[in-house]
Each structure stands twice: as structure tokens, then as C-alpha cells.
Ligand binder design. Structure first.
Ligand code: HSE
Length: 316
């Protein structure tokens, strides 16, 4: 018997420059999802979307959250599901903040909660990777904070939390343009020079030191990259000038958030608003519109939420 439940899942920025496909950081914008089993048995599952998800016009059967919810229920032996799913989000879509990773984690966590089980984050990560393929968004959505992901033998993902100094501030801005991860991956080269791969290894080590110790030089090097950023920048109108504007406004490191179109900057705490404003102004001057916010690390990852709180919030 399934029960009413809800979950809250943070968004995440991934890569942070040199940590391509292996570093992610949860931020404080959230996807909330709730499930109510009430309804007649045999009736199909209903879905209500709100917030940034309201404009999504894809069939429920193609919705990644619904697919993850159903797959996880099936894994737990539940073949048929009726009732209602409510989903709402403050995560911008197609801007490099892991909205699909958050949706997959929400579907998996909601299925566990509907079955009355506590979520096993390691098993949930393995399921999320099977369903969506991007552990660097799913892992921070599950664990919160700054996370490293690597694959053990047989492709099993291993995620671990890393230290993050509270003296590092974060700023995010994006143009009025979506970039799909699929498209942003097709522009990547099949091969890179060995020397470029080696330079990137040094950068990732520097990135992690810099974020742990709020070291401006180490963050600056860590946010630079040769594996994906140079190939993706031309896809994003105004990105190069937004990066320059953030640096001029005092950012220590600036790069593409995930696969774009957003740009994420690390800066001294207190400078975040100035950096956000500089990036928005640059996007706008490039004719790309632009919106942004000061981002804070989410330290918790996926959390339970009561279904009735969510239903009432959606009514308001
Ligand atoms: N690391 C992935 C990429 C994340 O950059 O393609 C996609 O959100």
C-alpha cells in the first residue's frame, strides 16, 4: 500500500570548470514533488506541474520524473500506480542547473517514500545514473554540498562529499536561451591531447583545494578548463562577455554552469550581488536578455516534505 509523501530536491551546478563530469555542487533552488495515492484503483496516474515546470509540454509518459518514479516503484515490486503527482520548481530549465538530475532524484526519492522506506543514497545514485546518465547533477541533488563522483569497477558510481569553505560566495546568471545537454555534448571532441588531459588533472586538484580553503588563485585555475568550456562557449550568446564582466566585478573563477547556458562564478562573500549584476548587464548588452541570482550551497540534498504542505503551497 502506497502512502502520501513529498520530497524537496536541490538544483546543482556541475563541472565547475575543470571538474568535467566528476564534480557537482548543490545550490538553494528546489524542485518539490508530492504523491497522493488517493484516487480510484485502476485510474491512470495524474500529474500537475507548477513553477518553472508549468510550461513543460511533454507527455506524462515521457516525463523523466514520472519515469523515475515508476521505475523505482517497479524495482520495489509495485507494478501499477494510480493517484496524483504534484511537482513544482524554482530551478530554471536548460540553464545548466541540473533540472533533469533533480527530477530523476525526486522521482526515485518519492517512490521510496511512497513505499515507506528510507532512501539509500548510494543505491539511488546508481538508479539515477541508469535513468539520466549525469551523476554530477544527481549526486549533489542526493547528498547536498560539494560532491565528487567517480566510477568503480563495473561502472558503479561512487560519490563523496568534499569540504567547501563558507568564505566562498557564488553568483549565477543565464541568458534567455536554453542549451540542451545533448547539444552541448555533440560539440565536444572525441579525443583531446594527452597534455591537455594532464593539465586538467592539475586544475581539478587546484579547484578542490581552492574551494576548501577559499584560495582565490587556486579557484581561478580550477575554474579554467580545456575539456569542454572552449567548445561550448560559442553556443551561448554573451557568455564570453559575461565571464569577463564577472572577473572585472571581482570574481575569483567564472565558468559555464553544467552544460550551459548559465554561467557560475565563485567570489569573495559579499561580492555576489555585484557579480550577478555584472553578468546580467553583459548578457543584456549582448542582446541575450539575462537573469540571475546569488546562489548558496545547499548542505542537505534531498529532504522529505509533507504532501499536505506542498498541496497547500500549490493552492496558494
Ligand atoms: N557534466 C555534464 C555536462 C552535466 O557538462 O555535460 C550536464 O548537466
Amino acid at each position: 500500500v502506497l502512502r502520501a509523501c513529498g520530497v524537496r530536491v536541490p538544483c546543482s551546478t556541475s563541472n565547475l570548470g575543470s571538474g568535467f563530469d566528476c564534480i557537482g555542487l548543490a545550490f538553494d533552488r528546489y524542485l518539490d514533488a508530492g504523491y497522493d495515492p488517493a484516487g480510484e484503483d485502476g485510474q491512470p496516474l495524474q500529474l500537475r506541474r507548477a513553477g518553472t515546470l508549468a510550461g513543460i509540454d511533454i507527455d506524462m509518459d515521457d516525463d523523466i520524473l514520472v519515469a523515475a518514479f515508476r521505475a523505482e516503484l517497479l524495482r520495489r515490486g509495485v507494478e501499477q500506480v494510480s493517484g496524483t503527482l504534484l511537482v513544482t520548481s524554482t530551478i530554471p530549465i536548460g540553464r545548466g542547473l541540473g533540472s533533469s538530475g533533480a527530477a530523476v532524484v525526486a522521482g526515485i526519492a518519492l517512490a521510496a517514500a511512497a513505499c515507506g522506506s528510507t532512501l539509500d543514497p548510494d543505491a539511488a545514485l546508481a538508479s539515477a545514473v541508469r535513468l539520466e546518465g549525469h551523476p554530477d547533477n544527481a549526486a549533489p541533488a542526493l547528498f547536498g554540498g560539494l560532491v565528487t563522483i567517480a566510477y568503480a569497477e563495473h561502472g558503479v558510481p561512487l560519490a563523496r562529499r568534499l569540504p567547501l569553505s563558507d568564505r566562498v560566495g557564488f553568483a549565477f546568471a543565464a541568458p534567455d536561451q536554453e542549451v540542451s545537454t545533448q547539444r552541448a555534448r555533440t560539440v565536444l571532441p572525441q579525443h583531446v591531447p594527452h597534455s591537455a588531459a594532464v593539465r586538467n588533472l592539475g586544475r581539478v586538484a587546484s579547484l578542490l583545494y581552492g574551494l576548501a580553503h577559499a584560495d582565490p588563485a587556486a579557484i581561478g585555475i580550477g575554474f579554467s578548463d580545456e575539456l569542454h568550456v572552449p567548445y561550448r562557449l560559442p553556443l551561448i550568446t554573451g557568455a564570453a562577455s559575461a565571464i569577463k564582466a564577472a572577473q572585472d566585478a571581482g570574481a575569483w573563477g567564472v565558468t559555464i554552469s553544467g552544460s550551459g547556458s548559465g554561467i557560475v562564478a565563485a567570489c569573495p562573500t559579499g561580492a555576489e550581488t555585484r557579480v550577478v549584476d555584472a553578468m546580467i548587464a553583459a548578457f543584456s548588452a549582448a542582446g541575450a536578455g539575462g537573469d540571475g541570482f546569488v546562489a548558496h550551497a545547499d548542505a542537505h540534498g534531498v529532504q522529505p516534505r509533507s504532501f499536505s504542505t506542498l498541496r497547500n503551497a500549490l493552492r496558494a
